[in-house]
Ligand binder design. Structure first.
Ligand code: NAP
Length: 311
């Protein structure tokens, strides 16, 4: 593939930006990759492992002359970053982000962007429970979806170019409205994470089962919950605070279903349970047929499996 953007500025150098740097390099998509992170420590690690061609101390410096700027910080930090870089953005540049919630990022970021730049919010549906500049890898986005939620009035060409970049990074790309994105993600990612956090919290609180028993006898179900519940606390706090309405709606529905299952167990309604589990099993089959997970027993895991659905 050939160069799509001459200079890409990565603001934030964690898992997602780091993986983008590796993936862009793998396919030669960027003329130059400039990166920055708020802490000197992260910048030093990024420099040490050669994550970018150039590291700057500030976000304002990083975006000068960049034709693509990627905001890859926690959602709660997006507004401050946008405010800092706004005056330094090159006319005609595209600004994008990788935040796991889209409407709130648009609300926070758009007011700080000059009319001369294009804003194309994006969300790669890929991640792991690891963070930081060392956690990225080139194949993270391969065959995973990246959703683009262009704002009204965005030039089609700017969106098309960003789509080409993500496809070059290995992703399948689709476009959707920001509100719809937030509802879909509340179902597929945000509420399941909340449930995993709760289940791990319950096990921790349950004094009748000792911690060592939980660890020793942890079967696949609980082990997978603990992996999800080990995700970055800052990122997930921000996701729930910024996707409040959709998460609360899905959580409400979840609670209703849970009560129905609770009742079926109490009243011995095996038919209800069996019919319910038959329906849910078909959903799993659909995910496998769509190529979004493996059919291998225990997720094809031998000892450790790195990839997880992202936020
Ligand atoms: P990460 O590995 O924890 O890296 C976060 C980066 O943001 C670091 O460079 C960090 O800087 C910087 N940062 C943290 N707080 C900041 C603040 N208050 N102001 C400025 N910079 C700050 O995070 P990540 O997993 O790459 O996530 C980045 C974004 O991607 C988030 O918006 C998240 O919603 C989204 N996302 C994540 C996943 C996932 O599964 N991880 C999946 C899809 C999308 P220092 O290290 O210098 O402190």
């Amino acid at each position: 593939m050939s160069v799509i953007y001459n200079r890409v500025a990565l603001i934030g150098l964690g898992l997602i930006a780091g993986s983008m740097a590796h993936a862009m390099r793998r396919a030669g998509l960027a003329g130059e990759i400039v990166g920055t992170s708020r802490s000197a420590e992260t910048r030093a690690v990024a420099a040490e492992i050669g994550l970018c061609d150039r590291i700057t101390e500030t976000a304002a410096e990083a975006v000068v002359g960049a034709d693509l700027v990627v905001l890859a910080v926690p959602i709660g930090a997006m507004a401050a970053v946008a405010e800092e870089i706004g005056p330094y953005l090159a006319p005609g540049a595209t600004v994008t982000d990788v935040g796991s919630v889209k409407r709130e990022v648009i609300v926070q970021v758009a007011p700080f962007l000059p009319d001369t730049v294009h804003f194309v919010p994006a969300h790669p549906l890929a991640g792991t429970e690891h963070s930081g500049p060392r956690s990225g890898f080139a194949t993270l986005f391969d065959d995973r979806y990246t959703l683009l939620t262009p704002v009204e009035g965005t030039e089609l060409e700017a969106t098309a170019k960003l789509r080409t970049l993500w496809e070059g990074c290995g992703a399948r790309v689709e476009e959707m409205d920001a509100d719809h994105h937030d509802l879909v993600l509340a179902v597929t990612s945000h509420t399941p994470h909340l449930i995993a956090y709760t289940m791990v919290g319950v096990a921790d609180d349950l004094r009748r089962v000792t911690d060592s028993e939980v660890i020793k006898y942890s079967a696949a179900g609980f082990r997978d919950f603990t992996r999800i519940a080990a995700s970055d606390p800052t990122m997930w706090r921000d996701i729930f605070l910024s996707n409040k309405d959709a998460t609360l709606e899905i959580l409400g529905r979840f609670t209703e279903e849970l009560f129905a299952l609770q009742r079926a167990i109490r009243t011995g309604d095996g038919d209800h349970l069996h019919a319910y589990f038959t329906r849910t099993r078909a959903i799993r089959r659909g995910i496998i047929e769509a190529g979004q997970d493996t059919d291998a027993p225990n997720f094809g895991r031998t000892t450790v499996k790195k990839e997880l659905p992202g936020g």
